[in-house]
Design a protein around this ligand. Structure first.
Ligand SMILES: [Zn+2]
Length: 413
């Protein structure tokens, strides 16, 4: 039985690399421009005009060319209402395709044109995401970005903001923007500040520059995850280090083709990384500008790389495992995602009258993954009265030896 789009749409997912300002709805940009009296470049009259104006889904000359579309989206993201709405709608769009955990990134630096202060910006986005949680039980967190082509001092301001909002909606720090000519080490002060305050760090690297950029992100800046890492395959030694240390890659397939980080889907390193054992996650990057969804990203991976149900399950698990979420909570959420995935497999197999997994490689992969899940003793988690989500759990008390065995199994994968 073949994997279908419907199966992917319904399976639980994460999106750990998605830019707020690259993921608005076309209709929302037009409405906001109208409400705010903002004149958009090229004066688009409808969604089709606007899509053309921002080169939605088109192959760009390079990353710099791709980043031009943000001039349009940022022109309408300068008010609290607009930021709230953009965050809520991004959460809604993700939740409606069964994304369970969403990490939304943006730089408050880019939203101050009309005088908004940094804390007001972070609060507006947080409120939008809280509304998505209330309506859809979507778990989420914000990642605050420093920007490579703006001065390191301003990135340090972003790092300070990130630290101030730690545990108040913010889960990590990132460095985004034009990678070539702007090495991450120039922003080291910002990275040191966030890491000294035990804040998670991810850095865009190996997208528009070579593996040296990834090396610097990990060893000089201390990144816990790497955004893209498309060119990691050019440095086998570093690839092994990342594999050995289970440093996750935030893979954004379609975006990589669009920015020419990769010539084509067929030449993308994802299948090689997966076969080598790297911890790979699937992400959208920019739902609007790349014209994609989580379902679309997984669907393309399945089609171009002939992934089977075991591969899909592994990618899903790696998404949950790589989330900037407290470990104990993450363990529970990952186990629940596996249970939901397996129930969905059974449902589709019954409805389709055939089994998904037939070749020995697939059976072996699923058996290995299930060995981890099945070995866990079911635990009762108290679900908060205010929260109906089956995924949102209160942490259980420590359970001694049994727990350390679970930890071992969880980490083995
Ligand atoms: Zn990105």
């Amino acid at each position: 039985m073949k994997i279908t789009r419907e199966f992917i749409h319904r399976m639980p997912k994460t999106d750990l690399h998605v830019h707020l300002d690259g993921s608005l709805r076309l209709s929302t940009i037009l409405e906001m421009a109208e409400e705010q009296g903002v004149r958009l470049p090229d004066n688009p009259q409808n969604e089709a005009d606007l899509a053309k104006s921002i080169h939605m889904g088109e192959i760009c000359a390079d990353l710099k060319d791709y980043l031009k579309a943000f001039d349009v989206t940022l022109s309408v993201l300068q008010t609290e209402e607009a930021l709230y709405r953009a965050a809520f709608e991004l959460g809604e769009d993700a939740a409606l395709e069964n994304v369970k955990f969403l990490e939304v990134r943006y730089s408050p630096l880019l939203h101050t044109r009309n005088g908004l202060s940094f804390p007001v910006i972070v609060e507006a986005v947080a409120e939008g995401l809280r509304e998505a949680k209330r309506r859809y039980s979507l778990m989420s967190g914000q990642i605050i970005c420093g920007i490579r082509h703006i001065t390191p001092e301003t990135s340090l301001r972003m790092a300070e903001l990130c630290v101030a909002f730690k545990n108040k909606g913010v889960v990590g720090f990132d460095l985004a923007g034009a990678e070539a000519d702007n090495p991450a080490k120039d922003y080291k002060q910002a990275f040191d500040l966030v890491r000294n305050n035990n804040v998670n760090l991810t850095i865009h690297a190996g997208e528009a520059y070579g593996p040296e950029s990834i090396h610097q992100a990990i060893h000089v800046c201390g990144a816990h995850r790497i955004g893209h890492g498309t060119r990691l395959r050019e440095d086998g030694d570093l690839l092994n280090f990342m594999n050995d240390h289970r440093i996750p890659l935030e893979v954004c397939l379609t975006s990589n083709v669009q920015t020419r980080a990769c010539k084509s889907f067929e030449s993308h390193p994802l299948p090689f990384y997966m076969s080598y054992g790297l911890r790979c996650t699937i992400n959208t990057d920019n739902r609007l500008i790349t014209d994609t969804t989580m379902t679309e990203e997984y669907w393309r991976a399945v089609q171009y790389f002939d992934l089977n149900i075991g591969d899909l399950r592994k990618l899903m698990i790696d998404g949950f495992k790589s989330a900037f979420m407290p470990y104990r909570k993450k363990r529970t959420v990952t186990a629940r995602a596996c249970a939901e995935f397996d129930a969905l497999v059974r449902e589709f197999e019954v409805a389709g009258g055939a089994k998904f997994a037939t070749d020995p490689r697939v059976a072996q992969e699923i058996a290995f993954q299930k060995a981890s899940a099945d070995a866990r003793t079911p635990q009762v988690y108290a679900i908060g009265a205010e929260d109906s989500s089956a995924y949102e759990v209160k942490e259980s008390p420590a359970t001694g030896a049994k727990e350390s065995a679970e930890d071992e199994l969880q980490d083995a994968n």
